[in-house]
Design a binder for this molecule. Structure first.
Ligand SMILES: [Zn+2]
Length: 401
């Protein structure tokens, strides 16, 4: 028994860690039994992150460890090591790309401490912080590989991933049957299959990587059923394999606790990105974040808000979930009883006067309640959420403070 982890075998243009892993599992020595493979998403802002920032791992039952290690060594040299240093420019992504630096780890008995997973999904981790494996290969990729092994699966979802034929790798288009996908989307356990607003599929990546599709579900059997159904459809292109991964997608494991703040200032930038300044720093609602942006733009100074998000740097929160705790009322001058016109201040300490009948009152204010456009938590639309984001619809009181 032992745990194998793998990460960072892809660049933007070539390869995919899940595909390398599939090939590795396909040709294991016959004495090895493969348990559930896992796909683990990690800290989205990691400096050396790969395209989707996902690592893979699996528990193996092993008859002959020596034979397995020999196989892993050979597979490493022939298939994984050549990926090192691969890099390619991307039209979609302006960030500087790190060259691929694959890593593979083997833990003979026990998983490394769970803390390491939490660290690697919630923060930037350095290579010298990685718990030592019984056997390890490569560089930066060992961070993700080890974190994927350390994950305890307290919350999880499932994804059936299918890969295209090698001759199709490198092409951006994929043939996945729309009609079959619409059926799959109707299954109660599947999620994020189609965007209901746009009617477009969300299962296929856009780039040239080997993945044909990944169908997500809340249980393993639905993921498998949906994946097989999609593959069997006539209009879906041929795939070389399909595997169901247990994943930390839609778990919110990347978020620690919510933050509270009082709004000091709201600024709308071009494109609609919105910056809320609070006493605890700047909270950002991105243009594509739908209701989160809409709520952010409604806010006024004095409003108390609660939010979940990631801090790529100190004092900045990228909002993923937002709600209004209390809305600061608007202050108005009273209305004139006679004319139903709002009175105006005569100057500090001078009282108010009706602009029509000139009737005067004391210097007073009236509070007018403001009702937020949403009475509870809001989240970005489907296509603007992180893989790790847990949909609000799944949450109960224990998930939200
Ligand atoms: Zn009046």
């Amino acid at each position: 028994m032992g745990w194998l982890g793998l990460d960072d075998t892809d660049s933007l243009k070539e390869g995919c860690t899940t595909y390398s892993f599939h090939l590795l599992l396909e040709s294991l020595p016959p004495s090895v039994t493969v348990l559930s493979p896992r796909l683990v998403r990690l800290w989205p802002f990691a400096q050396h992150r790969t395209r989707g920032n996902a690592a893979v791992a699996v528990e193996l039952h092993v008859g002959d460890e020596g034979e397995l290690l020999e196989y892993l060594q050979r597979f490493w040299e022939e298939h994984l090591l050549p990926a090192k240093g691969r890099i390619s420019p991307s039209k979609h992504d302006a960030r500087v790309q790190s060259p691929a630096d694959p890593g593979m780890v083997w833990f003979s008995n026990e998983q490394p401490a769970e803390d390491f997973y939490t660290m690697a999904v919630q923060s930037e981790v350095q290579l010298d912080e990685v718990p030592e494996a019984d056997h390890s290969w490569g560089g930066q990729g060992r961070i993700g590989a080890t974190a994927a092994v350390a994950w305890r699966q307290k919350k999880c979802t499932w994804e059936a991933i299918a890969w295209r034929e090698p001759k199709r790798h490198g092409q951006n288009e994929r043939d996945v049957c729309e009609q079959s996908l619409a059926m799959i989307d109707l299954m109660t356990s599947t999620f994020l299959s189609r965007d209901p607003r746009k009617g477009t599929g969300l299962v296929s990546p856009r780039g040239p990587c080997p993945v044909l599709f990944g169908v997500r579900a809340r249980d393993a059997s639905s993921a498998l059923e949906a994946g097989n159904q999609l593959l069997a459809a006539e209009l879906t292109e041929f795939a070389v394999g399909l595997r169901v991964f247990v994943t930390n997608q839609a778990t919110d494991d990347h978020l620690s606790h919510s933050q509270n703040g009082t709004v000091a200032h709201v600024r709308i930038l071009n494109r609609g990105n919105t910056v809320i300044t609070t006493e605890s720093g700047k909270w950002l609602a991105f243009a594509e974040s739908g209701s989160v942006k809409k709520l952010a733009q409604w806010l006024q100074p004095g409003d108390v808000i609660e939010g979940y998000g990631l801090s790529p740097e100190f004092g900045v929160l990228h909002l993923e979930k937002l709600r209004v705790v209390s809305a600061h009322p608007n202050q108005h001058r009273p209305m004139c009883d006679e004319c139903s016109v709002r009175m105006k201040s005569m100057g500090k300490g001078q009282g108010c006067r009706c602009p029509q009948c000139k009737q005067r009152t004391e210097d007073t204010w009236e509070s007018v309640t403001r009702n937020p456009p949403y009475d509870s938590w809001v989240q970005p639309p489907l296509d603007a959420r992180r893989h790790l984001a847990r949909p609000l619809e799944w949450m109960d009181s224990t998930d939200l403070s």
